[in-house]
Ligand binder design. Structure first.
Ligand SMILES: Cc1cc2nc3c(=O)[nH]c(=O)nc-3n(C[C@H](O)[C@H](O)[C@H](O)COP(=O)(O)O)c2cc1C
Length: 325
């Protein structure tokens, strides 16, 4: 019997597969399908700060000339606009037998703690904070941006008692340094990585258009590197996100150091049976290698557990390029 159970963010999961934050986690019927397919936990679609601000602007326009009423309704509007989200959390908790992780995606520091508190009140088992920001101002330094992220995480962790995971973009100079600071700020987990929306240009109309929203199976290599470098070196559970389409890539990410592996594009492409297929792939591989538990596999090939840490740096890169014309 293969034991795939894991502890992620202090929660017990029957297996390490998570539904990643996306539209598939925006309604109860889809969440039920994901759990029936065998998912170990679900991350709900993110509640976006911009969505709520857009609703507020409509309210503001309607109340022009009545500033007191506008101020009052602004406060109300912020919560009202998110009521569907808190209801979704409560519904998911009532109807699913796997942990429910809510997700917030915001830009301004002051916004987060209030919503985090309401998310906790609605019954979520944990919170994932998507901090995938794209800086636009040339005046902000990398150090300032990172400090703002750390401060935001600290303010949320002070406001709630449920565990917090942070979903990061991959363009930080030293993710391990940031990870250590986020752990100090109270985060219990790190999701590597957020996939930024892609931009494209329509040459017929010479206008901007969205690029492809889904990843491809090569994307998992980005997470693999940083999981392998970070495993065991920051007091955080690591989750992989990006490019997991089969059991083999999930196994590789776990061997590198992931405690949880998130699925999104694979489920958009293959439907909910993709979750079952990944699980079956994993158990077949483990059975064929006589690996009986997640624990035996976890971090097996991380830098920390390696007799040759130098292979995790430039040596591999140089070896890969030598002989390539
Ligand atoms: C259609 C779509 C919607 C998404 N919505 C969210 C979201 O609401 N919040 C979030 O943190 N990530 C969101 N993501 C990113 C995914 O959670 C995931 O990190 C990313 O797609 C990489 O994983 P994948 O290769 O398995 O797709 C979305 C991705 C897609 C394709």
């Amino acid at each position: 019997m293969i034991d795939l159970s894991v502890r992620y963010l202090g929660l017990t999961l029957k297996n390490p597969l998570l539904l990643a934050a996306c539209g598939l986690g925006a309604s109860l019927d889809k969440l039920v399908k994901a759990t029936n397919a065998g998912i170990g936990a679900v991350v709900l679609k993110s509640l976006f700060e911009e969505q709520l601000r857009a609703e507020l602007e409509v309210i503001n326009d309607e109340l022009e000339g009545h500033p007191e009423a506008a101020n009052f309704l602004q406060g109300m509007g912020l919560s009202d606009g998110a009521i569907w989200y808190f209801d979704l959390i409560a519904d998911a908790k009532r109807n699913l037998d796997v942990p429910v992780i809510a997700s917030l995606n915001g830009t301004s520091g002051a916004w987060w703690p209030d919503y985090a508190k309401n998310i906790e009140k609605a019954g979520a088992d944990a919170l994932e904070m998507n901090l995938g920001l794209i800086p636009y101002s040339p005046d902000e330094t990398a150090a300032q941006i990172e400090q703002a992220l750390v401060d935001t995480v600290a303010s949320v962790c002070r406001a709630i008692t449920i565990p917090v995971a942070v979903k990061l973009g991959m363009s930080f100079t030293n993710p391990l340094n940031l990870a250590l600071r986020l752990a100090k700020a109270g985060a219990k987990g790190l999701v590597l990585f957020n996939r930024f929306y892609r931009m494209d240009i329509d040459l017929d109309t010479m206008s901007l258009k969205p690029g492809p929203s889904r990843s491809n199976p090569e994307s998992f290599h980005d997470s693999l590197r940083w999981l392998a470098l970070m495993e065991g070196r920051a007091p955080l559970d690591l989750a992989a996100s990006g490019g997991v389409y089969d059991g083999q890539s999930a196994i590789k990410l776990i061997a590198a150091g992931a405690t949880a592996v998130q699925l999104c594009s694979a489920v958009y492409s293959g439907g909910f049976p993709a979750i079952t297929a990944v699980l079956e792939d994993m158990t077949h591989w483990m059975a064929s290698r006589k690996v009986t538990s997640f624990k035996e596999l976890h971090g097996h090939l991380s830098r920390r557990n390696s007799a040759h840490p130098e292979l995790y740096g430039r040596l591999h890169y140089i070896k890969a390029l030598v002989g390539v014309e």
